[in-house]
Every structure is written in C-alpha cells, then in structure tokens.
Write a protein that binds this ligand. Structure first.
Ligand code: AMP
Ligand code: TRP
Length: 312
C-alpha cells in the first residue's frame, strides 16, 4: 500500500525557475511513489484574490503548469478545493475546537497584522481550512515549502483537539519539506522572487526569457560572473561549467548565451506541452479528480458527522 500524500497549490500566477527547481521538479520526482492528491486551493486564494476572472484564469494555469512539467493525471488525484464542499464543512468544525489566541499566532495572519494591515476572517481561519484539506484524506505526507511547516503543525493540533473531544478519528500528518536544490538566486543574486522583480520566467516567451537572462547582474571585478554561474549550475554539472567559464573568461555575453541555450533546452518541450493543453482537457481532469476526491472526503465526513452529533 502506498502512503497517502496531499499537497495544495496556490493559484497565484506565472511561475519562475525558482518555483520549478524549488517546488515543481521535486514534486514531479516523488509523487508517483505515493497515493497522491494534488489540489488547487481556490478557496484559500479567495482570501486575497477578489477578481473572478483572475481566479478562474490562475486556477486553470496552475493545473496547466503541473501537467506541462510532467504530472500524469492518471497517477494522481488532481482536483480543486471548491469542488469538494467537505473541505469548508470540516474547517468549520475545527474552528469550533481551536481558540482565537492559537490562531492569532499563525504566521500568515500575524505578519499581516504586524504590517498594520487589516486581515479578513478568511485569512484568520486559513490554517483550519488547510487542516481540513489534509485530514479529510487521512494524509500521511504533506510536501510543502519551509514556509508551510507551521501550517502542518496547526493541522496536527486540529487533529489532536478533535480526537480528544470525539475519540480517535484523525492521524497526525507529517510535512515533507521540499528542499529542491536550495534557494534559487534571481538575476540580481538574491532569492528569486516575484516581489524582487528578479525572476526568470518558466513559461515566458523566448524573448522574455532572453531579456531576463541578458539582464543578469554581472560584476566586472570577479573571476567569473557568479550570478550567471549560480543559475547555470542548475542545468549542468559544475565540472563542465568550470571549463566553459574558464574558456570564456570576461565574455559575459557568451556565457549568458550558453545559459540561455541550456534554459531553452529544458523549457521548450514543456512550453510546447503547455500550449497544447486545452481548457476542455483541464476541466475534464478536474471533473474526474473531483469525483474521486469527493468519494473519499464524503466517507470521512459520514464518520465525522456521526461523531460530533449532527447525524440524527
Ligand atoms: P511562492 O509562490 O513564492 O510562495 O513559491 C512557491 C514555492 O516555490 C515555495 O514554497 C518554494 O518551495 C518554491 N520557491 C519559490 N521561490 C524559490 C526560490 N527562489 N528558490 C527555491 N524555491 C523557491
Ligand atoms: N497554504 C499552502 C501554501 O500557501 C497551500 C495549501 C492549502 C496546502 N492547503 C494545503 C499545502 C494542504 C499542502 C496541503 O502554499
């Protein structure tokens, strides 16, 4: 029997190479060893995205991205959160078990308040919806980035609170921190991130990728352009690169072109695959996934509803 794995994807727009090497690739490398559930968390996204067409587009895009990088829909249950109403139902039940001071310590909420911003109640309850996502499927393994570790701890606490109140029902899931290949640097050498405007797009046009690569900040005092080299390391063994960089010492343009070539070799087939995926295909993958996910979620909720006393 394979262990149950579940992860949630934020439908948050265009991906970059940092997302690919930090999250998508490590996921693609491992998901087939598990009974995998891959879910787009559109209701979580509603805490920030208020424009329906953006939400719709981003939801389709995230599925398209995962299919393009190699997730096979026959090897995983791919679905969206809003298609399985049991998620919000179970979240409510957990919200009635945990306290306000406990939720006030959650990072996403705390950070927002620390910035002087007003959080909506959805953001406040965010960790309990995530707990429901995970616990509905008796998930054992939750692959996430380091930033989500606390949310998995909150999930274990929700399970624990429920079990104490109503008897053993949920088992404790474990996070699997996707290490990828460490922190991927951006075009300026700091962590690649949309908010730093230093990204190399994963599925941009050839021109967009070229513009980003040619814009990598180089430092004429160093032996080699470190910012180019450290991104290049993701594509070729360092031993090969050392020679290439030695032969082309000082010729930053040549080295950037070599990097661009290597990036294009990786991206081109994925980009072509991505462009071939129709909206119909996405809808059909999600429909099939929703049916499978609902069957599992529903079975669990029958048990939960009986235990809490809403089934008469
Ligand atoms: P974000 O949309 O920035 O939250 O990123 C989604 C996931 O992609 C994170 O949880 C990380 O695992 C991964 N990621 C994003 N940026 C980087 C980066 N520069 N280096 C490595 N991994 C990254
Ligand atoms: N909170 C996660 C993030 O921002 C997304 C998420 C929602 C999730 N539900 C989940 C991740 C369940 C893993 C399991 O990335």
């Amino acid at each position: 029997m394979k262990k149950r794995l579940l992860t949630g994807l934020q439908p948050s727009g265009a991906l970059h190479l940092g997302n690919y090497f930090g999250a998508l690739k490590p996921f693609v490398d491992l998901y087939q060893d598990y009974d995998s559930h891959l879910m787009v968390v559109d209701y979580h996204a509603l805490t920030t995205i208020k424009d329906p067409s953006t939400l719709r587009q981003n939801t389709k895009d995230v599925i398209r991205d995962y299919l393009a990088v190699g997730v096979d829909p026959s090897e995983a249950i791919i679905f969206k959160q809003s298609d399985v109403p049991e998620h919000t139902e179970l979240a409510w039940i957990f919200e009635c078990l945990v306290t306000v001071p406990f939720l006030e310590l959650a990072h996403a909420y705390k950070d927002k308040v620390a910035k002087g911003l007003e959080a909506n109640a959805g953001l406040f309850n965010y960790p309990m919806l995530m707990a429901a996502d995970i616990l509905l499927y008796d998930t054992e393994v939750v692959p996430v980035g380091q930033d989500q570790k606390q949310h998995v701890e909150y999930t274990r606490e929700a399970a624990n609170k429920f079990n104490i109140a109503y008897g053993d029902t949920f088992s404790a899931p474990k996070e699997m921190i996707l290490e990828g290949v460490g922190v991927i640097p951006g075009t300026d050498g700091t962590k690649m991130s949309k908010s730093y405007k230093n990204t190399i797009p994963l599925f941009g046009t050839k021109e967009e990728v070229q513009k980003a690569v040619m814009g990598i900040v180089t430092d004429s005092t160093g032996e080699r352009p470190e910012n180019v080299f450290s991104i290049h390391k993701l594509f070729r063994p360092e031993s090969e690169l050392v020679n290439l960089y030695e032969e082309n010492k000082g010729s930053y343009k040549t080295l950037k072109e070599a990097l661009l070539d290597d990036i294009e070799k990786l991206i081109t087939p994925m980009r072509e695959k991505r462009e071939s995926i129709t909206d119909e295909e996405i809808k059909s993958v999600l429909k099939e996934g929703a049916e499978k996910a609902r069957a599992r979620a529903n079975a669990k909720m029958v048990e939960v509803r009986k235990k809490i006393g809403v089934t008469l």
